[in-house]
Design a protein around this ligand. Structure first.
Ligand SMILES: [Zn+2]
Length: 370
């Protein structure tokens, strides 16, 4: 669903990687997945005889890519890397790393460095440095797992052959693509699929507790949000992730999974420009970017834990997704989630089966299923 003309950088990257397809972003994700699948099968497949868990999977992939991962847990670790790589091996870029990670304007979460002095066949030709500081409060610590896979995904895409290290802004189309590859690999389907099936058991909806159980058993370093997004990607039923700011509760981000997006596309005819065909109902909640959630709405009561999931059944929601939202494979893009009312939105109505909300520092997150 990505428009091929929307990101010339992605098109150029696909050409560089020798991928010839009408949808270069999807083509790159599929190509990375195929490459990794072939390494897994050479290594004996997924299971006790081959790749037994996600950490064995990571070791295999990094070994194949001649890369090592260095984690920064305390400020002292910057001195350790300076000693090892700059003083010890003559790679002076490591001596200046801290400034990039502590840049007040655009702090890096991770960087991927191709070592100058290394032979092209060295096991540590590439070094990914991941900021894992501030265990108790930090966003960087929470995101360390995804950051690591993001850097691995760079090595598979922008850095497959030698390349200049590039620092890109978050909304760069290449960064969005690299995140899609990172989610595909960091939550490798042969591990995530069975775990998801097991927690779902006979339920038709996903709960926050199920996500936590998957993290605990399969992806122990992953963040709640990254795991939730990966599960949404695999779920065949429509669901929408929401982020709201507080007081008054206002929707800031609307992120549908591809089933919800497909549901929207199949609505015939679409409800245009915020006009709902059926008459507005007191039992209906409008979910779109910028919408204030009213105190008496079912949604507000879920957020305040006044209602449980089985009390919201048959409640109606009018969903409005940004028209130009796009997916790379099954991975919805972050910029589309932030698109606001100035993008022309179309809506569709859904009957809720489950809604859950949780207050986290600075915001409220919610998952709505229908
Ligand atoms: Zn990046």
């Amino acid at each position: 669903m990505i428009r091929p003309d929307s990101s010339p950088e992605v098109h150029e990257l696909a050409c560089k990687l020798g991928i010839d397809t009408t949808d270069p972003a999807v083509g790159i994700v599929v190509d990375c997945r195929r490459l990794v699948d072939s390494w897994v099968s050479q290594a004996g497949g997924i299971g006790p005889q081959g790749i037994s868990d996600i950490s064995a999977f990571e070791s295999l992939i990094t070994r194949k890519l001649s890369m090592v991962v260095e984690e920064i847990h305390t400020d002292e670790d910057f001195n350790r890397l300076t000693d090892k790589y700059a003083r010890g091996l003559g790679d002076y870029v490591f001596a200046g790393l801290r400034a990039k990670f502590d840049d007040p304007e655009l702090p890096a979460f991770g960087v991927l460095i191709e070592r100058n002095t290394s032979s092209k066949t060295a096991d540590d030709l590439f070094v990914a440095v991941i900021d894992c500081r501030d265990e108790l409060t930090g966003e960087k610590y929470a995101r360390r797992y995804f950051t690591k896979w993001h850097e691995i995904a760079h090595r598979l895409t922008t850095h497959r052959s030698s390349a200049e290290p590039a620092f890109r802004a978050h909304e760069d189309p290449i960064e969005t693509l690299v995140d899609a590859v990172a989610s595909e690999l960091g939550f490798y389907e042969p591990f995530l699929g069975p775990a998801l099936k097991e927690v779902l058991s006979n339920e038709n909806w996903l709960t926050f507790e199920m996500i936590e159980s998957i993290i605990l058993r399969v992806f122990p370093q992953a963040s709640f949000q990254a795991t939730l997004f990966a599960c949404m990607r695999l779920m065949p039923t429509p669901m929408v992730y929401l982020e709201l700011s507080d007081d008054p509760l206002t929707i800031q981000k609307v992120l549908p999974n591809s089933a919800a997006y497909g549901h929207w596309l199949s609505c015939d005819p679409p409800i245009g420009n915020g006009q709902i065909r059926e008459s507005p109902s007191v039992h209906s909640t409008r979910l779109c970017c910028g919408q204030i959630v009213h105190r008496e709405s079912v949604f507000c009561r879920v957020a305040a834990s006044e209602l449980l999931y089985d009390e919201i059944e048959h409640h109606l929601c009018d969903f409005e997704f940004p028209k130009l939202g796009f997916f790379i494979g099954r991975f919805p893009s972050e910029p589309s989630a932030r698109a606001t009312a100035n993008a022309v939105a179309h809506g569709h109505r859904g009957v809720l089966v489950h809604a859950q909300a949780r207050r986290v520092p600075g915001k409220v997150i919610a998952l709505v299923q229908y």
